[in-house]
Design a protein around this ligand. Structure first.
Ligand code: APR
Length: 232
């Protein structure tokens, strides 16, 4: 069974009404990364960081998966391909659309984690974290989010998934954040690469045969899924 690996970024959730990071109206146009997405920010201004992710979680729970998430779940459920999603997103819209094989590189808003062990998580109900809540190991709980400068514990898993791809699809990522974006260097050189993004990406250094679909994800991904199911 051919393996289709789908690498998604904030753009796949944009059509659900969730802001991206680097578009002109993106999150990093309104917040400073140093104040909400670094280990130093968490230790120096814990309340502000927890509130930032409370707001992200609240927004996520108010939004719905869009046609792109739904099409990707349909592709997996068709059973014709081994579909693996590797996402940079911390929302749960892929799962709520029905995707089962989802690897989150940068964490998940639906979980909190121990401050001592990066993979020791607990589920969070609702959107609001009690800042004083502790893990069973005694440490204060924190958002299960990989901050800038922190280790990406799921990277090796993502690399192994990517190495075995027969098709690689990039949806809604500016490919500016490493090590996540380095996955493109682990795909076999002969496999087809598809990119869905309303802004054409510069992929000159990627030797693979590349097909760019210059549309919003909610428009282009269902068409791409139909192509895979009917003609691929
Ligand atoms: N459909 C598809 N793509 C879209 C849409 C849309 N409706 N709207 C915007 N995009 C594209 C943009 O053109 C851009 O290429 O989505 C991409 C968003 O890029 P970023 O905002 O940089 O998001 P992402 O690549 O996911 O960022 C990676 O950076 O801040 C960190 O941890 C954070 O996971 C995030 C990482």
């Amino acid at each position: 069974m051919k393996r289709i690996v789908v690498f998604t970024g904030a753009g796949v959730s944009a059509d659900s009404g969730i802001a991206t990071f680097r578009d002109s109206d993106g999150l990093w146009a309104n917040y400073r990364i140093e104040e909400v997405c670094t280990p130093e920010a968490l230790s120096n201004n814990r309340e502000k960081v927890i509130d930032f992710y409370n707001q992200r979680r609240k927004e996520m729970l108010e939004k719905e998966p869009n046609a792109a998430h739904i099409a990707l779940a349909k592709l997996e459920q068709a059973g014709k391909f081994d579909v693996q999603i590797v996402t940079q997103n911390i929302d749960n819209l892929h799962e709520r659309a029905g995707s089962r094989n989802v690897t989150h590189l940068h964490g998940e808003l639906t979980k909190l984690r121990s401050s001592l062990n990066e993979l020791d998580t607990v589920p969070i109900n609702g959107w609001k974290q009690d800042p004083l809540l502790r893990h069973a190991d005694g440490s204060l709980l924190r958002p299960f989010v990989v901050f800038f400068g922190e280790n990406v514990p799921m990277l090796n898993r993502a690399v192994e998934i990517t190495r075995r791809a027969d098709v690689f699809v990039v949806i809604g990522s500016s490919l500016q954040v490493y090590p996540a974006a380095s996955l493109l260097h682990f795909i076999r050189k002969d496999i087809p690469l598809f990119v869905v993004d309303p802004k054409p990406l510069d992929l000159k250094e990627i030797p693979n045969p590349t097909q760019s679909i210059v549309t919003r994800a909610a428009e282009g991904v269902p068409l791409l899924v139909d192509y895979f199911l009917e003609k691929f």
